[in-house]
Design a protein around this ligand. Structure first.
Ligand code: WTA
Length: 649
């Protein structure tokens, strides 16, 4: 833990929207009188019919969360139409291709035209308000058009990260019973094609076994690569949008009408469909985007996330566009053509605000400072990070080398479930401590509780809960409200439990220590150990598997798998490779196991429960501190596990 404190610089303070006094005043009001506070700030978006009710939420019993419930609005209208009168010619999106010689700019007027056309295409093919549309796209502007077109007509989008396998895509199509898929012939990353249409074909084939409702697949031509075509089902994007009008009335949506579903991993079972709704989500995404990044009119803002994750939803598309910002969208990867790409792009487009993940920072730090020094980065004013705890070394490097000790590093803690930033510095208000996400945003009441649920005061270490609702909060698990209650509100009754561990220091700063449940965070991507385990046991040779995380220099956490084979099979390197391939094809490359240990037995209690604590210790090569193993059914298995550990120092 770093003891250093970086006060707000004079330059940052002089231009900041929120200074310390204002933060304190607003924060107090926001938690003392949420109705008044959010009643005021809800007006930052346009309403067709203004709300009269603000907050109507309960974390008890059946758990019900409603914000601005009698208001009518439309997210697409707020992200586009309302800017046109004054800023129609402003650049909404800067698209930087994978190939460094390809880019383009899309103005708000052009965005309007494209989104309206696509909305009309959806309507023409029978997509109605409330229908689910799956978006499986690379980082091209059409991905944003697709999201906004759904929002325009009230269809609920489910964006699936382009790195997910056909199996994973199929599961997500089936779960929300999507009728329409928008994809692309092939994506391009690091110069290599990604077969998105082929994956979609496979996924629909798999999904058809359970639920065959995908009526159409709309295909954007990105590379012109060879693809299969299902006549009647498949539609070319460019042909379709050419034949419809460039105007489409936005549907008047209730504040609590669903906006999107985004699947995310939990500690058990299949990924769950996190449901976000219209009004509160947009207010919260837009407000955090403005204040956390101290966004000023005309700034060029770049978030390097993929639209397949919540960061891409809230901070590439919805937050920035609602604020009439210029948002950069990058198709490629940080190390192509080489490790200097991010810094080159910053110079090329004069980026002022840059937002990325610790895993990228660590990997670029490892490449050496020369790549950074090649660029000037003089346009940069602010640096942000998200996705996992950032270690102080990486923080310092980001601050010193990338930001030339001039730009505050804004470490934003939040989750798919929270819709937007929760614990984060505000540039003009918060002194920084490397490694700490610092203090709560307006309206957020963090609480640390011990394992018995007692609320801890003052400096403490505990489980991070949030005591009351905020407008950006998820409303339910799609199709399974009971799971929503169970997952988030049953561990500590009446509180939202985040799944993270956290320490609060003497200054009231929060330090996220990582997940306390069985969720892994690999290169900033969330994965459930249960998902990887079920992928492993779906292989014919595997009888049992247990997966844990271990500390990894670049990825934050690596994936360590203990695998027990069916009798008659030998665990060798060839089988290791085969299992790795198998997991990749079941879930996707982000789930690639780092270590596989073949284990004749797993440490279980007499009631058959696997003791992960022991497996974690062995994976960390820290077996001196295994603790009490006497409750194991067969303590003997531990010796074999230690003997054959894969992370020997
Ligand atoms: C972790 C990403 C420490 C945390 C927006 C959380 C972080 C999970 C930070 C959510 C941060 C995210 N510091 N840990 N600044 N940001 N996390 O849903 O464990 O993909 O619970 O949302 O990432 O991941 P998700």
């Amino acid at each position: 833990m770093s003891e250093k404190v970086y006060p707000v610089s004079r330059a940052t303070k002089s231009m900041a929207l929120i200074d310390k006094d204002k933060y304190e005043k607003w924060y107090e009001e926001s938690v003392e009188d949420p109705d008044k506070f959010w009643g005021k700030h809800g007006k930052r978006i346009d309403w067709f019919k203004p709300y009269t009710k603000v907050k109507n939420t309960s974390f008890k019993g059946k758990v019900s969360i409603k914000w601005f419930e009698d208001g009518l609005t439309n997210v697409s209208y707020n992200c586009i139409d309302r800017h046109l009168k004054t800023h129609g010619e402003r650049t909404a999106l800067i698209w930087e291709g994978d190939n460094p010689y390809i880019d383009k700019k899309i103005t708000y007027n052009q965005l309007y035209d494209q989104v309206c056309r696509l909305a009309n295409v959806l309507k023409k093919h029978g997509v109605k308000k409330g229908d689910r549309v799956t978006i499986y796209m690379p980082m091209i502007p059409e991905a944003a058009y697709a999201m906004l077109a759904c929002a325009r007509i009230g269809a609920v989008h489910s964006v699936v990260f382009g790195g997910f396998s056909p199996e994973a895509l199929a599961g997500r199509i089936v779960d929300c019973q999507s009728c329409f898929v928008i994809t692309c012939d092939e994506g391009v990353r690091g110069g290599k094609p990604v077969p998105l249409k082929e994956n979609t074909d496979k996924a629909i084939h798999i999904a058809a076994r359970q639920y065959a409702t995908v009526k159409n697949v709309l295909v954007v031509r990105r590379t012109g690569g060879k693809i299969e075509w299902a006549p009647g089902r498949d539609l070319w994007y460019h042909q379709e949008i050419a034949s419809v009008k460039g105007h489409c009335e936005p549907v008047k949506m209730k504040a609590e009408d669903p906006l999107f579903i985004l699947y995310t991993s939990g500690s058990t079972g299949k990924p769950k469909g996190v449901l976000h709704t219209t009004g509160g989500y947009l207010v919260y995404a837009a407000m955090t985007h403005e204040y956390v990044f101290d966004y000023h009119d005309g700034d060029v803002y770049w978030c390097t996330a993929d639209v397949g994750w919540v960061t891409g939803h809230s901070y590439i598309v919805y937050g920035p566009l609602a604020n009439c910002a210029t948002s950069l969208m990058f198709e490629g990867v940080p190390n192509f053509p080489d490790q200097g790409r991010f810094w080159e792009v910053i110079d090329k487009h004069n980026v002022n605000i840059f937002y990325t993940a610790p895993t990228a920072i660590r990997s670029l730090m490892g490449a050496g400072d020369e790549y950074v020094k090649r660029s000037s980065r003089s346009s940069l004013r602010l640096l942000g990070t998200v996705g996992e705890p950032i270690n102080p070394e990486a923080w310092e490097w980001y601050y010193r080398v990338v930001g030339d000790s001039r730009c505050p590093v804004i470490d934003t803690w939040w989750q798919t479930e929270t819709g937007g930033h929760m614990i984060t510095p505000l540039p003009g208000a918060t002194a920084l401590k490397p490694g700490s996400a610092t203090v709560p945003f307006f309206g957020i009441k963090p609480q640390l509780v011990d394992n018995e649920g007692n609320v801890l005061e003052g400096p403490a270490d505990g489980n991070l809960c949030i005591a009351d609702s905020w407008p950006g909060q998820m409303r339910t698990v799609y199709g399974d409200h009971e799971r929503f209650i169970q997952t988030y509100f049953s561990t500590y009754k009446g509180k939202y439990f985040t799944g993270d561990g956290c320490r609060r220091d003497e200054d009231g700063y929060y330090w996220i220590t990582g997940r306390v449940d069985d969720v892994l965070n690999v290169s900033g991507h969330r994965l459930g150990t249960a998902e990887v385990e079920s992928a492993l046991v779906s292989h014919d040779y595997v009888s049992e598997a247990a997966v844990v995380g271990y500390p990894h220099n670049v990825k934050g956490q690596g994936i360590y798998c203990y695998v027990t084979l069916m009798s008659g099979h030998e665990g060798d390197d060839a089988l290791r490779q085969e299992l790795i391939k198998h997991v990749r094809s079941e879930i996707g490359p982000i789930a690639t196991p780092d270590k596989i240990q073949f284990a004749p037995g797993l440490p279980k209690t007499r009631s058959g429960k696997i003791m992960r604590r022991i497996l974690r210790k062995i994976a960390e090569d820290d077996f001196g501190a295994l603790g009490d193993i006497s409750t194991l059914a067969d303590p003997g298995v531990v010796d074999d596990l230690i003997e054959n550990r894969q992370n020997k120092a």
